[in-house]
Design a protein around this ligand. Structure first.
Ligand code: SF4
Length: 355
């Protein structure tokens, strides 16, 4: 008897699935945490964070009762910190509005902070067994190839068309395995640059393979240049204390701690940074000596940061905080600030590596 596309896929998945820690737990909370952590982040990076998180916050209630500070500290290094704050806020809403249990209806899920269409569909399929397709970039690539769709990645039209095609082949009641099989196919076999068609379990069903168009699927999305932005970072110390500032709750690195910093026009504009600090923040500084240069790539821009030791000419305004140098590790920070903090704690404040 000839297998259907979904049968061939599921048979392969049962033999080759990746043993991921969140797949060993089917409770909706674990599925939700894993899906949020996996957004824009590699599986290998997520695994230790997921394990640590589930040890510290094993259920919705323990997360809802934690402080924002502790949640951010546990998340530190995983990036996109809004995800952590949304998990924490959503946990509180789930306790207040759903008795501490994740709702199963797509609409209720979508109303929780940080849960969009993809995550709602993933929770519905993986945790509640509903016949939903959780379409992410990985699945888009696999499906545009399987069904040879000349569509660009990432557009709403592409997502609608691919979801409809994937639903046609979804075996009723097996959405969890079906979605995970497609995800693993994309992660192990149908790779972005060099798909391993010769060992693919669904090669005989693949229209792009049959038409010789694999390398053209998906169509590239319209390109955009990633801008380079410059930042000035002031390292201000008084004895064993270091001056820190907490970022606003929303936006880039929201709620994390940082050394006083501001964006500047170019690396040459370092000399003008103290006057901008004085005007915009009431922080009166004088440049003392350069500490090092750091670079980091965010989603929407690349950052080049110039860190300088600075002297304080007048008391710092109240929205800046003095912190013991050896206690810097207790304050949640982004990657650039953490790199500086580590050097300050180790008292090796030069020779930064590229982040
Ligand atoms: S045959 Fe090749 S392109 Fe088609 S699904 Fe398999 S790996 Fe991807």
């Amino acid at each position: 008897m000839e297998l259907s596309l979904s049968q061939a896929l599921l048979e392969w998945y049962r033999r080759h699935q990746r043993p991921l820690p969140w797949r060993q737990r089917s409770d909706p909370y674990a599925v939700w945490v894993a899906e949020i952590m996996l957004q824009q982040t590699r599986v290998e990076t997520v695994i230790p964070y997921f394990v640590r998180w589930m040890e510290r916050f094993p259920d919705v209630n323990s997360l809802a009762q934690a402080s924002e500070e502790e949640v951010l500290r546990l998340w530190e290094g995983l990036g996109y910190y809004q995800r952590a704050r949304n998990l924490w806020r959503a946990a509180q809403r789930i306790v207040q509005e759903h008795g501490g249990k994740l709702p199963s209806r797509l609409n209720d899920l979508r109303h929780l902070p940080g849960i969009g269409d993809y995550t709602a569909a993933a929770i519905a399929a993986f945790a509640f067994g509903q016949d939903e397709v959780a379409l992410d970039g990985n699945l888009e690539r696999v499906l545009t190839r399987l069904f040879d769709q000349p569509l660009p990645a990432g557009s709403a039209k592409t997502r609608r068309a691919l979801k409809a095609l994937a639903r046609q082949h979804l075996p009723a009641g097996q959405a969890a395995e079906y979605n995970q099989a497609l995800m693993d196919l994309g992660a192990i076999i149908c790779l972005p640059l060099s798909p391993r068609c010769e060992v693919c379990p669904v090669e005989t069903f693949c229209l792009a393979r049959a038409h010789g168009t694999v390398s053209e699927r998906p169509l590239p999305r319209a390109g955009r240049a990633i801008p380079l932005r410059f930042q000035f970072i002031a390292i201000v110390t008084a004895g064993e204390k270091v001056l820190l500032h907490r970022r606003p709750g929303r936006g880039l690195l929201g709620g994390l701690w940082e050394f006083p910093s501001l964006f500047i026009e170019s690396e040459e504009a370092v000399q003008t940074a103290p006057s901008v600090f004085a005007q915009e923040y009431g922080l009166h500084l004088e440049l003392r000596s350069p500490l090092g240069r750091l670079s980091h790539a965010y989603t929407h821009f690349r950052l080049q940061a110039e860190a300088w030791h600075c002297d304080l000419l007048a008391p710092a305004p109240p929205n800046f905080t003095w912190v013991e140098r050896v206690e810097l590790s207790q304050y949640p920070m982004g990657k650039v600030a953490r790199q500086i903090a580590r050097r300050l704690i180790a008292q090796q404040p030069t020779d930064f590596e590229r982040l």
